[in-house]
Design a protein around this ligand. Structure first.
Ligand SMILES: [Zn+2]
Length: 274
């Protein structure tokens, strides 16, 4: 918890981040988005999971010759990757909003955290009773016939429009179907230990009534909504720069987002209106 900084827009800088994803071990670099990704964010009509995969394909590079099919990434690594992308686009400090859970208070509460600290605290554990299954990427327990694998980014994209997404995910990742609830919960605990999700419940304290409350931070929902909001100026920026400098649309869109915004703001500060 912390006060929202009053330094204006949290625009961040243009940089490339190198990072080892905790579950897969893939080493990746992440680029800052350009206006082309801003247009994608504003105009794409695909699901959040599919949109995230499209952004990964454009802005993330896997090292060491690993084929970069981001659909194969464990879903937990997809969340880490989306936070890295957010850091490259808008900086390390995240300012989320929650609402106090005390009904008679219901104050809006700013919740601030740093992505770097969040990722550093993200520890992967491996259960001793776990063994490799016959199929690559599948696991089992000693003395049990159940097989399971970690959900991937492609799984999330595939189940997003299902009526029963949770059942669909279980069906894809656990074999055989219909195992007892006790065993399924054991499998789910093992999955969570091997690939803890960054979307999680967080605890905050309301500055108005001083009560602690829980809220759920959904990485995909939050980051994509934030990136879409920040992309909203792309049309005005391109219009202003094209009108003033006579640069072609493509050239403006290919600039790093932060540079385009800076040029456009300089023109606005000088009273140049589109
Ligand atoms: Zn309160």
């Amino acid at each position: 918890m912390g006060a929202r900084p009053d330094s204006g827009r949290n625009r961040g800088d243009v940089r490339s981040d190198r990072f080892r994803l905790p579950v897969s071990g893939w080493c990746v670099t992440v680029q800052s988005p350009t206006g082309l990704e801003d247009l994608l964010l504003r105009e794409s009509r695909v699901s959040d999971s599919a949109l995230a995969l499209e952004l990964f394909g454009r802005l993330v590079h896997a090292e060491n010759g690993i084929p970069a099919d981001f659909g194969e990434l464990p879903a937990a690594d997809g969340e880490a990757l989306l936070l890295l992308l957010r850091r490259a686009a808008l900086g390390d400090l995240v300012c989320a909003e929650a609402r106090c859970a005390v009904p008679e208070c219901a104050s809006r509460v700013d919740v601030d955290f740093h992505i770097s600290e969040c990722l550093a605290a993200h520890k992967v554990r491996r259960r001793r009773s776990l063994r490799q299954g016959d199929k690559q990427g599948w696991f089992s327990f000693d003395g049990e016939s159940v097989l399971f694998r970690l959900p991937t980014c492609a799984d999330l994209a595939a189940i997003e429009l299902e009526n029963e997404p949770r059942s669909a995910l279980v069906h894809r990742c656990i074999e055989p179907a219909g195992i007892p609830g006790r065993l399924r919960r054991r499998v789910e605990r093992a999955m969570e230990a091997m690939a803890p999700r960054l979307s999680q419940s967080m605890t905050g304290r309301c500055p108005e009534c001083n009560q602690a409350f829980d809220f759920y931070f959904d990485v995909y929902g939050f980051v994509l909504r934030e990136l879409r909001n920040h992309a909203a100026s792309v049309y005005q920026d391109v219009h202003l720069l094209a009108l003033h400098y006579k640069w072609p649309e493509r050239q403006i869109l290919e600039m790093p987002r932060s540079r385009r915004i800076q040029y456009a703001e300089m023109l606005r500060d000088q009273g140049v209106a589109a």
